[in-house]
Every structure is written in C-alpha cells, then in structure tokens.
Design a protein around this ligand. Structure first.
Ligand code: SF4
Length: 495
C-alpha cells in the first residue's frame, strides 16, 4: 500500500517545496481587475489555496478575496464588474503552515492617515515575529496572522507625512524577502527587497503599467516585458508616469536560485534567462556529472520534464514518457469501496508499463524533499517491470529550510538533512542516485559560482542564508523554532 491516506491521490508534486505567492498589479487600464484575474491565472502555480483582487476607481477601493483557484473565484462578470476602476492588484496564496483562513488572503487592505492602502506580498520576512511583538506591545491590533500585515502597521506608525517616505521608513525595518505591489489613491508602488530574493517584473500594455511575479503573466494579458524591477528598487506609478526610487544602500543581490530549478513556469524569462533553457542545461550538466547506462530517460511529470529533455539530448539516451499524468483528478478522491482505494495511487500518475517493461530507466526529477514520493515512483517503475531504476536530481540535496517565502518542511524532515547520498539511495530503493553539484547548477545557468560570496540565494542547499534570521536564531532547531512561533502567535508562513 503506497498511500497513508486512502482518499489522497498520489501526486509527486505534493512532496515538493512550494512557492507561496504570486503577485500582479496594473495601473491605468480599462477593467483593470479583468487583467489582474488573467495575470493571476497565469501565476496559479505560485499559490493555489486562495486568491484576491483589490481595485481603485478613483474614489473607492473594492476587494474580493476567496479560498480556492483563480478560475473559480473570478470567473463571473458580476464579480469582475464589482471590482471597478483602472488600477488593481492581485495575489495568489499557498500555505500549508500557519493559519489558512480568509483573513490571511491578500491583498490586505487598511485605511491609513494617507488614505486606503492595499498590499500584495511575495516573500517572507525573517524578522516579522520580532517586529510584530514590538508593534503589539505598542498597541497595534492585528487582523491577520500574516507577516505582510507588519508592513501595514509600520507604514501606519511612521512619523513621515508622504506615503512613499512612510513606506521607505517601514521597509528599512524589515529583513527577509519581499516583492510587493501596493495600491493607494496616490498611485501604485512596486518594490523588491535589496537582495532581490523573489522576482518581480515590469511590463506595458499601451500606456498601462503592469507588474507581475513572472513574465508569463505579462504574456497572458498581452503586455510587453519592459524590465525586471531591480533588487532594492521602488517604482512609483501614477498619472504623471513612473518614477524609480533607490531607497537602500546598494548590496550584492542574491536572487533565489530555486526559481530557475522549479518554482517559475518554464515559459517565463527570469533575469534575462529562459527558465526552460536553464532547466534543459541543468539536465545536460547532470548527465555529464552523473552518466549512467540506460534505455530510456523518463521525467517525473510535470516539473522534471525540461531537465529530462536536457539529460536525454546530452547523453543520447532516448527521452520517453514512462509516467503518464492525468489532468482530470484533484488531490483527493472518494473511492467507492475499500478495495478500490489502492488504485488511487495510479489515478494521477501511472507507469506506462508497455514502455517500461524490461528496460533500464533513468528517472529525472527536480528535487527530493522528504523522499517518500521518490520511493513511490521508484516502486512504480519496478512494478511496471523496469530492470534497473536510476534517479537523477536536477538540484543539489535540499538540506536546509527556506525562510524567504517557500513552504519547506522543518529541517529534520528533509531527507538530505538526515542522510548522505548513499543512505538516500537505499531509502528510495534506486539502483543509483545522483544530484547535480552546486557548482554545476551555477554553470548550467551560465555563471561561475563564487563560493566565498555567492551571487544567489542557494541557502536550502548550502545553509548560507543571505540575511540575518531574527525569528530563527542560530542554535534553535527549526522544529523548536516552529513550535515557538506557533506558541507565541500562529504567524502564517507568508501569503
Ligand atoms: Fe530560494 Fe532556497 Fe534561498 Fe529559499 S533558501 S530563497 S528556496 S534558494
């Protein structure tokens, strides 16, 4: 029996790190909220549990936030029409930790001394608990358990008059990762933390300015990509045009390397690089670093596909779809009888047995998190008659938690934090197991890794976090730390 919960569909994507948010904003467009709904739809992979849109019609703000997918939340004309105005921001949320209720669904909104203030945030603050503690002691009343609300209280309490100055004042107090789109009566603000950990891009449709987590969202609304919002840059847009502000001292950027490995959609372009091409390069590099004799290269769908193509092209081993994914089942399914429950394993991903039988298989996947999924996939290949099953992973071993807006298990639950590669191979019962090296990963991105001063955040592989972790002091295990967080107040691990 491969599943522990008989009603849960076996889904290799479920045992993955998950990006927790996608953001989108547009200023100066007819039916702005309709554009935002389309943009959020293209960013659905960055957060599938809830979505929201806030619009401004020149006088009033309008908001609709709901649990569930974008298509279900914003597929009705009356919902979109009620979100009136030529400016709107939106947010997709994913969270399996912390509280998952409607009050945490973004955009968050508050009435401040400067007027209405709607905010959508991708990332996670690593000192949110400490700041929140201080703010509560000074009388702030929080409406959510989200770290994003800390921004609102810091802006509200700032002694500056102008909105942009208040915002700068607030941002200088936070640490961690943030890509923000903010909607106010004065204009729209987009900004990225000084390290640029999470992505944010800027585009245009006619005279309308668009901001999005990824370029794929620009494509879907018909916007032309203009440029990345630079790390540490704040862009203020209103009727007078767009103004770039650099409120922070310049530091070496550390954008998240995992965006290229797994989080971003392959049809996006991140930092000028095609995500699809980078993933193929990773597969090719992996093939050079860890060659193996086999009959077929088989991707673990869907995320392993580009790397598997690269592995196949470099090695000359034919690429085949040895695992077929059904797109017509959700994450759970009620079986008609106890006898039928075992089949739930095969409802979403099934081995292509006619192809696999009697063959040596190289499975290519993007990462190993807990390892339980890899074990099931290897078993599935053996049950289908594979004579050998070799596993190749398109990222280095994930041995550390992320505190910057990615849903990661506590460190003790990461397989690579507990085992070396040979022990991991035995755990997943593969004939061989290899990961791309950290230097090889940078190389696949066309960069030489500077180990002494890394040019990217690669902390989940190396443990070299690019910021201080005020809420996660050294010495406290992640388990102890998570428990402390839950005990003090259940701060949602970002929206
Ligand atoms: Fe990305 Fe990993 Fe850094 Fe998190 S810790 S920002 S997932 S590289």
């Amino acid at each position: 029996m491969l599943t522990t919960n008989p009603f849960e569909i076996f889904d290799p994507e479920a045992d993955k790190l998950h990006e927790e948010c996608g953001v989108f904003g547009i200023w100066g467009a007819d039916k702005a909220s309709a554009h935002v709904a389309l943009g959020l739809h293209a960013l659905q992979h960055r957060g599938q549990e809830a979505s929201g849109i806030t619009s401004f019609d020149g006088k009033h703000f309008h908001s609709h936030r709901a649990m569930g997918h974008v298509a279900g939340n914003f597929d009705r004309d009356d919902v979109i029409n009620a979100l009136a105005g030529s400016a709107a921001i939106g947010h997709n949320r994913y969270s399996t930790t912390g509280e998952n209720g409607l009050r945490n669904v973004q955009p968050l909104f508050a009435e401040l001394a400067t007027g209405g203030f709607g905010i959508a945030h991708n990332g996670n603050l690593s000192n949110a608990m400490a700041l929140r503690d201080q703010l509560v002691k000074r009388g702030s009343i929080f409406q959510s358990t989200s770290d994003t609300e800390v921004f609102i209280h810091l802006v509200a309490r700032s002694s500056h008059d102008a909105l942009v100055d208040r915002l700068i004042d607030a941002l200088k107090q936070v640490e961690g990762a943030y890509s923000l789109v903010i909607l106010t009566p004065q204009g729209m603000v987009a900004c990225r933390d000084p390290l640029g950990i999470r992505p944010l891009v800027m585009g245009m449709i006619g005279d309308s300015t668009v901001f999005a987590s990824e370029t794929v969202a620009l494509d879907v609304v018909g916007a032309t990509f203009l440029r990345d919002v630079e790390p540490g840059e704040m862009i203020f847009v209103n009727e007078a045009g767009a103004k770039s502000i650099r409120p922070f001292a310049s530091v070496r950027p550390r954008p998240c390397i995992f965006e290229h490995v797994y989080f971003s959609r392959p049809d996006s372009v991140a930092e000028g690089k095609s995500v699809y091409e980078v993933r193929k390069n990773i597969g090719a590099q992996l093939s050079r670093e860890a060659p193996v004799k086999a009959d077929y290269v088989v991707p673990v769908p869907d995320s392993g596909v580009p790397a598997a193509i690269g592995f196949s092209q470099e090695s000359g081993i034919p690429f085949e779809l040895g695992i077929i994914r059904s797109h017509y089942v959700g994450r759970t399914f009620i079986q008609p009888s106890a006898e039928g429950r075992g089949n739930s394993v095969k409802m979403k991903h099934n081995a292509n047995s006619a192809l696999i039988k009697g063959k040596r298989i190289v499975l290519v996947d993007d990462s190993i998190v807990r390892g339980t999924t890899s074990l099931k996939i290897v078993q599935m290949m053996r049950d289908a008659g594979a004579t050998e099953v070799h596993m190749r992973i398109a990222s280095p071993p994930t041995a550390h938690s992320c505190f910057y807006g990615v849903d990661t298990p506590v460190r003790e639950k990461l397989l690579a934090a507990r085992m070396d590669v040979e022990a991991m191979r035995q755990f997943i019962q593969a004939d061989s197991l290899a990961f791309i090296t950290i230097d090889g990963l940078y190389q696949a991105m066309g960069e030489a890794r500077n180990a002494a001063a890394p040019q990217r955040c690669d902390a989940c592989f190396t443990g070299a976090y690019p910021t201080t972790l005020t809420d996660h002091p050294a010495g406290a295990s992640d388990v102890a730390q998570e428990q402390a967080m839950e005990d003090s107040f259940p701060l949602a691990a970002n929206l």
